[in-house]
Design a protein. Sequence first.
Length: 137
Amino acid sequence: MRRIVGNIGCFRLSDSKYGFGRIFQDACVAFYKHIGASEKDIPQTEDYAFIVGVYDTGVKKMKLVEKRPYSSIEEVTAPPMSMKDPISGEYSVYKNGAIRPSDYEECRDLEVCAVWELEHVIDRLLKDGKWTPTINK
């Protein structure tokens, strides 16, 4: 599938069911809480489990199942994400291509700013315990 904002793609999970993701701005994909029994069992509402960055190789593994228009660009813009410098230990918040200084309190419940392969997202959707979605102190 091509990365076109608003499009919904599906991918097979290891339990023979299907997960779905909607293309957001930048590198982000919103993954639905809904797990489908088939490719046609598409989520009817925008109820997302999480929004993370996904490599183009992962997006290309998804099959286009619906071109869902969006009413405003905010609808397909990822929420703020946290960053922690591994050397200095300083925290930052990433939003819409901009990075600003922050602190642990603001960052602790935000999604970590990263880009993942689709396989890692599948692990998280299936709740296998390998994924740590928030920043560590």
